[in-house]
Every structure is written in structure tokens, then in C-alpha cells.
Design a protein around this ligand. Structure first.
Ligand SMILES: Nc1nc2c(ncn2[C@@H]2O[C@H](COP(=O)(O)OP(=O)(O)OP(=O)(O)O)[C@@H](O)[C@H]2O)c(=O)[nH]1
Length: 582
């Protein structure tokens, strides 16, 4: 309990003050953890439950309302206020049903059943317990399912079906033993001992009680010790061991509290009466009977009532009070008849309940089977989805890799192509490239019936430049001329390097005159290039030849040849000039 309390306190520190549901859930837990070992503590537990309940009602939190009402009911039952307890169990059940909370429905039924069983209404108890059991099993709430199963077993014991009670106890005890829940194992052993008494095996019952009593003493649990001693006395009386029974009763006496545990208190009087009667102490027996009678009668517990009336009749007869003895005997017979009726009623109800329970169990099994099939289907669907996602993901990655690779290949091919078509020194289109452009322009011009011209130029005395300033300077001169040529060209014109210091310019949409103009501009531009950074004395010029496409030029080389002719003439005429081939 302390361990749980610690956990509960830790939980409280972590609660979000804004989360009303969590607050109420905590309150319900706190209610269930409240200790109520004395009459005062029970009353303060009821007050606490009331306060929590008011908050849950204000918050319109039905789950907490149901849980707290059930919790308060248990405290009412501890205070022997069975009417209030029953009212709370019923309203907790209604609230739980309203919000369809399976665990709370089952808890309410199971708790209501424990009260009904105590009052001797075993048929009602069994019915509630069976329904609760089916809910616990459906929701797979193992711990409470077994707790409830123990209650069912105990109810069968009370009904006299000891065989069934024992087999259920075996099942439950095994479960608790595996869990290592010593307290719960002891609870089951206590019921087992009661069954042994019912079966007349008092020796075995005593053995079990003795070990349970040892544990109760070790735990210093006075309530348990006193009720165990009273039960042991009953067992010993049944075994005709009156003096041993008396010593157990004496041991229990200082621990009895008629306010807090009137059940145990009245049973103590009942067994004391029995012991006194056996020993011939009739006056004392009658006094004990009078003490026990009011509480036992108020409890509607016909079993104990019949028992009291029987001893009462025998005691009065022994005292010679025949009239009262007769009256007590009539009352005893009436109670016996009531008991017999009740037993008949219980047996009929039991048969119906068992039939319903068997049917419900079958339904639950089908439902569970369906649930597990659905679960399996869902799992395989999810697995398939996962695989699909994986395959799609991998395909996407692969596709991306292929695309990257293809793009790189494409860029590489373009670069290679560009490199194959570009002159390394001047970065201008090389011979092959410019000749291809020339052919393209020629074809386009023919098709569109537009003019087209070609221009070739050659650096003047380039050998001399190389010889005087070196090959590297020659290279730089070629680069400067290339840059100048590109600047002078129009947008659609293309210039390329066809050889060492020879260049070609393709001029689409150009007549001979406009081409000549471009050529002249180029000639002037090159002559004006500032070569000072290389050498003050360096002057570079070019000679140019221009030709326009005519019908005779069937190939690029024919047109080039005609432009070359003009170029030679320019050279011959003294260089640094433009000549035209007409
Ligand atoms: N620096 C350099 N020189 C080159 C390159 N390609 C060719 N040459 C040189 O260019 C010179 C061309 O000389 P020639 O054909 O005699 O003509 P030229 O000296 O320019 O005389 P004309 O054309 O008659 O004015 C040769 O000496 C080649 O070695 C090159 O890429 N770089």
C-alpha cells in the first residue's frame, strides 16, 4: 500500500493542473487508496469521496463520477451502511453503462455482487459476477478477471457447490502464485479453508487457518486476526473441539469492535453461545444470543439467523422455558422454510445464469476469435503497407540515382561535345564546328531564299610575331583577336578558328555589302587593339576576304575557296585590308 501511495504522490507532482480529466482520475485513484481501518477513518474516507464526487459532477466527468461513486459505496459498506452502499453501486453501474466503460461496468457489477453475497442473495450475486466476468474477459483485464473468478468460486461455496468452488480456487490460486501476489494467495487459501470446513475436513481447514493466522500476526493486521480467530472457533466447534474454540474466542475478544465490524462481533457472540451451550452454560449462551440476534436479523442473513434460532430454541428448552423455546423453534422452522425456498429459487436462477453464462462465453469466444482474425488481417495489411512503402521508397531512391547518373552523363556528353567542337586556345568553335555552322547557314539561306555571306581572315606576318616575341605572345595575340572578333560580330554571326592564325566568320542574312561592312569593322578593330601590355612596338593587323553565297557554291569549301581567293588578294595588296569576291 505504501509503495502505491508513493507512486500516487509522485503522480500528483506530475499532474497538469489544467487537465481536468487527469485531476479527476487522480482523485478516483486517491479515493481507492484511502485507508479505512477504523470507524473514524471510514467516515473521513466517505467525506473525501463526497468532495471529489462534487468536483467530478461540476466538471461533468461521468467516468470519474462512476469510479468515485463506486469507491464511496465500498466505504459505506465498510461502515455497514448497506443501503447507501447498494444505492452507490447501482448508480455507478448506470453511469458506467451510460459511457460504455467496460472496466467500470464490470467493477460495479462485481462489487455489487460481493454485497449481495454477504446478504445471502447468492443468485443475484452470481448473476452479477458472471456478467462482470464476461466483461473482464472480453476486455482482457486479467488481474480483475481472476479476482472476480475467485468471487464466483466463493459464491458457489456459499451455494454448496463445493466441487466447482474448489476447481475455480485452484485456477485462481495458480494465477496469483505465478504473479507472486502473496496477499491474494492467502485470500484464496482462506476460502479454501472455509470449503474444507463445509466438507467436514476440519483438520485440513485448521491447518490452513493456522498458517494464515501466522501471516496475519506477522502483518499486525488486527481486523484479519480477529476475523480469522472467530472463523477458527467456528471450525473447531464443528469438530467438537469446544475448549480450543473457546481459547480462540478469548484471543479474539479484545480485538472486537461492534461499531466498526459488527459482522465479526455478532459471529463471535453466536459461536460463544454455541460453546456455552455445549458446556451447559445456558444463561451465558442466552446472553450471547441476545447480543448477536439484532445484527444478524437486520442483515437478512437467513443462514446465521436459522443457526441462532436453533441454539436459542435448544438453550431455552434446556433452561425449561418451554413456551419461549417453542416460539424460537417455530421461528427456526419458518427461517428454514425461507432458506429452502431461497435455495430452490437460487437453484433455478443458478441454472438460468449458468445457461446464460455458457451462451455468453460462447459469444465471447466467437467475438474474441473474430477480433483476433481482424487483428491478424490488420497486421498483414500493415505489413503489406510497410513493404509497399519500402519498395516505393527504394524505387524512388533508385530512380533518383538513375536520374542523377543520366543527368551527369548528359552533362558529360555535352561537355565532351563542346570540347570536341571548341578550340582550346581561343575557346572559339573549331574548324569542324564552324564549317558545320556554315553548312547549316547555307542550307537555311537556300531554303528561305535569303542572302548569306562568308568571311575568312588571317593574321598578318604572324610568323614574325612568333619569332620576335615568342610563341606564347603569339598565343596571346590570337586570344585578343578572338575576343575582338566576338565583340564586333552581330548576334547571329559566328566566328571560328579554322587553322593556326586563320579564322572564318559565318554571316547569315548578310549580303556581300553588309558582310563587307562587318569585315571592315573587324579589320579596324583588330588594328586598334592595344598591344602595349605585351610590347609598345607590337602592332597586329589582319587581312580579310569576303564572299556571298551564290548558286555555284554547292559546298562549304567552294564558298570558302572563293572567300580565300579574296583573302589572298588582300595579302597581295599589302595586308590590313578587306577584299571582296564577286
Ligand atoms: N603562337 C602560335 N603560332 C602559330 C599557331 N599556329 C600556327 N602558328 C604559326 O603561325 C605562322 C604562320 O606563318 P605563315 O603561314 O608563314 O604566315 P605569316 O607569317 O602570318 O605571313 P602572312 O600570312 O603571309 O602574313 C607559323 O610560323 C606557325 O608556326 C599557334 O597556335 N600559336
Amino acid at each position: 500500500m505504501d509503495k502505491y501511495r508513493e507512486k500516487l504522490l509522485e503522480l500528483h507532482t506530475r499532474l497538469d493542473p489544467k487537465n481536468i480529466k487527469h485531476q479527476n482520475r487522480y482523485n478516483a485513484l486517491d479515493c481507492w487508496m484511502t485507508e479505512a481501518d477504523t470507524a473514524e477513518l471510514v467516515q473521513s474516507a466517505i467525506n473525501k469521496a463526497n468532495a471529489y464526487l462534487l468536483k467530478a459532477i461540476a466538471d461533468e466527468d461521468k467516468r470519474a463520477q462512476s469510479d468515485l461513486t463506486l469507491c464511496r459505496g465500498v466505504f459505506y459498506q465498510s461502515a455497514s451502511d448497506d443501503v447507501s452502499a447498494e444505492r452507490d453501486y447501482n448508480s455507478a453501474l448506470n453511469l458506467a453503462t451510460e459511457i460504455n466503460n467496460i472496466k467500470l461496468i464490470a467493477d460495479s457489477l462485481s462489487t455489487r455482487a460481493s454485497l449481495a453475497a454477504l446478504k445471502g442473495d447468492l443468485a443475484q450475486a452470481l448473476e452479477d459476477l458472471q456478467v462482470a466476468q464476461s466483461y473482464y474477459e472480453l476486455a482482457n483485464i486479467d488481474y480483475w478477471a481472476y479476482y472476480n473468478l475467485a468471487e464466483i468460486g466463493n459464491t458457489y461455496r456459499r451455494m454448496g457447490d463445493f466441487e466447482r468452488a474448489l476447481s475455480l480456487m485452484d485456477e485462481v490460486e495458480q494465477y496469483y502464485e505465478i504473479r507472486g501476489d502473496i496477499q491474494a494467495v492467502n485470500d484464496i487459501r482462506y476460502i479454501r479453508a472455509l470449503i474444507m470446513d463445509d466438507l467436514g475436513n476440519h483438520a485440513l481447514a485448521q491447518e490452513l487457518y493456522t498458517s494464515l493466522l501466522d501471516d496475519a500476526y506477522k502483518n499486525d493486521d488486527e481486523i484479519l486476526i480477529s476475523s480469522m480467530l472467530v472463523t477458527m472457533a467456528d471450525s473447531l466447534l464443528q469438530a467438537d473441539k469446544t475448549s480450543e474454540a473457546r481459547s480462540r474466542l478469548n484471543e479474539a475478544e479484545p480485538m472486537l469492535d461492534p461499531q466498526f465490524d459488527p459482522n465479526n462481533w455478532s459471529l463471535w457472540h453466536l459461536f460463544s453461545a454455541k460453546a456455552d451451550f455445549t458446556d451447559g452454560n445456558y444463561e451465558s449462551a442466552l446472553a450471547h444470543i441476545k447480543s448477536a440476534e439484532p445484527h444478524v436479523s437486520s442483515q437478512d442473513n437467513y443462514r446465521y439467523l436459522a443457526w441462532i434460532q436453533s441454539i436459542k430454541a435448544k438453550t431455552l428448552a434446556a433452561l425449561g422455558d418451554w413456551q419461549q423455546a417453542y416460539k424460537a423453534n417455530v421461528a427456526y422452522n419458518n427461517t428454514q422454510e425461507l432458506l429452502a425456498n431461497k435455495l430452490r429459487e437460487q437453484n433455478t436462477t443458478r441454472m438460468r445464469i449458468e445457461f446464460d453464462a455458457a451462451r455468453k462465453e460462447a459469444e465471447n469466444k466467437t467475438l474474441k476469435a473474430e477480433q483476433s482474425v481482424q487483428k491478424a488481417q490488420l497486421q498483414s495489411l500493415e505489413e503489406r503497407k510497410r513493404w509497399q512503402a519500402l519498395v516505393i521508397g527504394l524505387s524512388l531512391i533508385l530512380l533518383t540515382l538513375i536520374l542523377i547518373w543520366a543527368y551527369r552523363q548528359f552533362k558529360r556528353a555535352r561537355l565532351m561535345h563542346k570540347m570536341a567542337m571548341t578550340d582550346e586556345l581561343t575557346r572559339l568553335p573549331n574548324r569542324r564546328s564552324i564549317q558545320a555552322k556554315a553548312l547549316q547557314a547555307m542550307n537555311a539561306a537556300r531554303e528561305a531564299q535569303t542572302p548569306m555571306s562568308l568571311l575568312v581572315f588571317d593574321v598578318d606576318y604572324f610568323k614574325r610575331i612568333n619569332d620576335t616575341w615568342g610563341h606564347e605572345v603569339g598565343d596571346r595575340v590570337l586570344q585578343k583577336i578572338s575576343t575582338a572578333a566576338q565583340l564586333v560580330m552581330r548576334k547571329n554571326d559566328s566566328v571560328g578558328r579554322t587553322g593556326g592564325e586563320e579564322f572564318m566568320v559565318v554571316l547569315p542574312d548578310s549580303t556581300l555589302d553588309s558582310a563587307t561592312e562587318v569585315a571592315q569593322r573587324l579589320c579596324d578593330c583588330v588594328a586598334a587593339i592595344d598591344m602595349q601590355e605585351i610590347d609598345d612596338n607590337l602592332v597586329v593587323t589582319i587581312s580579310l576576304g569576303v564572299a556571298q553565297l551564290t548558286d555555284v557554291d554547292t559546298t562549304v569549301s567552294m564558298l570558302t575557296q572563293r572567300a580565300d581567293n579574296a583573302l589572298y588578294r588582300a595579302k597581295d595588296a599589302g595586308r590590313n585590308r578587306v577584299e571582296v569576291e564577286r
